[in-house]
Design a protein around this ligand. Structure first.
Ligand SMILES: *Cc1c(COP(=O)(O)O)cnc(C)c1O
Length: 427
């Protein structure tokens, strides 16, 4: 039987570099042929061969109410019927700004963009314009989109200049980014002691979800806030993934840490391209047309995307919404841990809100180095075996997973049963 996935992939590779429009979709990390999806409904997706999967990727985060939630689809259809875009302000943009600022009190002002990459890129420019400084600090393993200054890895010594992690990023640009270790408060302290007056911003995922799932240490978050305040640097919490995922008020609400700027995306677009950045009024007022920091977007605040986002944001505010997701993710990680233990497989798992991490290591990692030390080959084997059982996990050992409100207890139980079967045949 010929696989439609394979046929589509073969054809796509002729026209689209690597056959995909975003690299991790290519299954390069896990090997094999990527799935082409044709439909999603609730907790499930169907591939080009009509095989059904329980979906824990959720479009990389946005689908927190499940695929094709009837209210979201209805709102999108209604907005589309009124006009696909105007390039002029609409009442719905005001409404989503009010909604965001009401849910997240740290947002005194907010601007809409179309992707997380735009949000973080602009937040950095804004921090530089506001402080008049050039240098930024990021942490190894955190992903903040694909703009030049954020595609940087650590140099040989943590305090040396960053090196480009992508061809095409000028070394001169990368040199303005210092890369430190996640959860290393002492390293951050040292960097600020050496050149605190040059630092425009610290940007961080307050819960790291792009190197599998790494939880922040309390002292790390506290040091970040304290040092930024002391040295006049802007603290940018990149909540593109964790926002409306870890809880209604994101990771900063969960941990009670006050940002200067926040970046949002994924869930706030409800599956369509809407993202945002915002925060302190004095900083946001530096933005054009009020201030001298330029930023613009033809599609910013697109009415169809805003309709999807607004409806999703309405649904996540339902009473008990995050309690149930938190409970579901716990059921999942505890169940998987138990079956791995039963079969004597070194494995650990943890969750926060609706995000979870699975690790082929005896304990959950707390740093990039520890994640890298986990057994990637074991994950890849697990990934493909689970796929065969109809469970779609992110195709990489270095991505977080997501549960949605559409997942039922039975879906979680079926996932654990699948893992039990996979681990039983592991030897
Ligand atoms: C996904 C992500 C981004 C980039 O968002 P895009 O919409 O893919 O450009 C930025 N930061 C974090 C933390 C993300 O998870």
């Amino acid at each position: 039987m010929t696989s439609h996935n394979q046929e589509l992939f073969d054809q796509s590779q002729k026209l689209i570099p690597g056959g995909v429009n975003s690299p991790v979709r290519a299954f390069k990390s896990v090997g094999g042929t990527p799935l082409f999806f044709k439909r999603g409904k609730g907790a499930y997706v169907w591939d080009a061969d009509d095989k059904q999967y329980i979906d824990y990727v959720n479009s990389w985060g946005p689908m927190i109410v499940g695929h094709c939630h009837p209210e979201v689809v209805k709102a999108v259809q209604a907005a589309a019927a009124e006009g696909l875009g105007f390039g002029a302000p609409t009442a719905a943009e005001l409404e989503i700004a009010e909604t965001l600022c009401k849910i997240l009190p740290s947002l005194e002002m907010v601007r809409l963009v179309s992707s997380g990459t735009e949000a973080t890129m602009t937040a950095i420019r804004l921090a530089r314009g506001f402080t008049g400084r050039s240098r930024i600090i990021k942490f190894e393993g955190c992903y903040h989109g694909h703009s030049d200054g954020l595609l940087v890895k650590a140099g040989s010594g943590a305090l040396t200049f960053g090196q480009p992690s992508s061809s095409g990023v000028p070394a001169e640009i990368a040199a303005l980014t210092t890369v430190l270790d996640y959860n290393d408060a002492a390293g951050l302290e040292k960097a600020f002691a050496e050149y605190g007056n040059e630092i425009a911003a610290v940007i961080v995922e307050p819960v790291a979800g792009n190197m599998n799932l790494i939880l922040p240490k309390r002292e790390f978050l506290d040091a970040m806030r304290k040092l930024c305040t002391k040295h006049g640097a802007v603290l940018i919490l990149d909540e593109v993934m964790s926002g409306f995922r870890v809880g209604l008020q994101g990771a900063h609400g969960h941990y009670g840490i006050k940002p200067d700027l926040i970046t949002l995306g994924k869930v706030m677009g409800g599956g369509l391209p809407a993202a945002a950045f915002g925060g302190r009024r004095d900083i946001m007022q530096c933005l054009a047309p009020l201030g001298a920091v330029y930023q613009a977007g033809t599609l910013s605040g697109n009415p169809v995307a805003v309709a999807a986002g607004l409806t999703t944001l309405k649904l996540v505010q339902a009473l008990g919404f995050y309690d149930r997701l938190t409970q579901l993710a716990k059921q999942m990680t505890e169940g998987l841990t138990a079956v791995a233990k039963k079969h004597g497989i070194p494995f650990s798992a943890q969750s926060i809100g609706s995000m979870f991490g699975l690790y082929f290591s005896a304990t959950a990692p707390t740093s990039y180095a520890e994640v890298m030390a986990s057994d990637k080959a074991a994950f890849n084997r697990f990934f493909h075996a689970m796929l065969a059982e109809g469970v779609y996990l992110a195709p990489s050992a270095f991505e977080a997973g997501f549960v949605s409100a559409a997942h039922s207890d039975a879906d979680i139980a079926a996932t654990i049963a699948a893992a039990d079967k996979v681990f039983a045949a592991w030897k």
